[in-house]
Design a protein around this ligand. Structure first.
Ligand SMILES: Nc1ncnc2c1ncn2[C@@H]1O[C@H](COP(=O)(O)OP(=O)(O)O)[C@@H](O)[C@H]1O
Ligand SMILES: [Mg+2]
Length: 225
């Protein structure tokens, strides 16, 4: 059996080429970092390797902790290539466009984000394209290239604020969309208690983050950005 069989290119951005296909017969996604042509090739390769190492390490750790992200199946640091499990489903953006009953799924989105945050990790790019809804209506996070360990409540507030702004701008018709996300986000701490101590300190509680989100919203309203 061939290792990788490509079906289609999903996306070609400045950062990465994303292809859909099969890895040893299983539905998979291949993500290849685009070389930065303005950079010296040696430096570029070294930086790519460094970034990928931290991204892959983080993803493997998060998966092991039960955070809903794709499994990594293969990595080629020289080529800047990652092969991962393909999540069958759709981007949150298109899910919201094509479904009427969305609050339940938005709560799940909040739960999944909180699961990540409880591991002391901020996503860094929580757009509605980086959240997938699978066929069981479960929420999964992808595109963790900007994710990082963090202990500042502000970073967590900003993570949620990014999603808040996108939901407000692109789905103003959904009443209480962010409130549903927050409901799920808070519910997880109620079920599991305060987050455990991580290697670098204690991640903020869900309540602290939601409180910070509110103050970020106020700040943005008064200062416009
Ligand atoms: N593991 C995956 N399963 C299913 N679809 C994926 C997966 N990874 C990426 N995609 C699809 O490809 C798109 C682009 O991938 P992403 O990792 O977000 O790259 P980019 O950095 O270009 O935004 C996603 O929005 C999603 O639709
Ligand atoms: Mg993306």
């Amino acid at each position: 059996m061939e290792t990788w069989i490509q079906v289609e290119r999903l996306h070609l951005g400045a950062e990465a080429e994303v292809n859909s296909g099969f890895w040893y017969g299983k539905p998979a996604i291949e993500k290849i970092r685009q070389p930065r042509t303005w950079r010296h090739p040696d430096l570029d390769r070294r930086l790519t390797k460094k970034r990928m190492t931290s991204e892959v390490k983080l993803m493997i750790k998060l998966r092991a902790k039960g955070v809903e992200i794709p499994a990594i199946w293969d990595v080629d640091f020289e080529e800047g290539r990652i092969v991962m499990e393909r999540i069958e489903g759709q981007q949150l953006m298109s899910f919201l466009r094509s479904n009427k009953q969305t609050h339940h799924v938005l709560e799940k989105v909040g739960r999944t984000i909180r699961k990540l945050h409880r591991q002391a990790v901020v996503h860094g790019d929580l757009s509605t394209n980086n959240i997938l809804i699978d066929q069981q209506n479960e929420a999964k996070l992808i595109d963790l290239g900007l994710a990082n360990m963090d202990y500042e409540v502000e970073s967590y507030g900003i993570d949620l604020h990014v999603l808040h702004e996108i939901l407000r701008a692109s789905h103003p018709e959904i009443d209480g969309a962010m409130e549903a996300v927050i409901k799920g986000y808070l519910a997880l701490d109620e079920e599991y208690g305060a987050p455990a101590l991580a290697p670098g300190g204690k991640p903020p509680t869900a309540k602290e983050v939601v409180k910070r989100l509110e103050s970020i919203k106020t700040r943005v309203r008064y200062h416009g950005g």
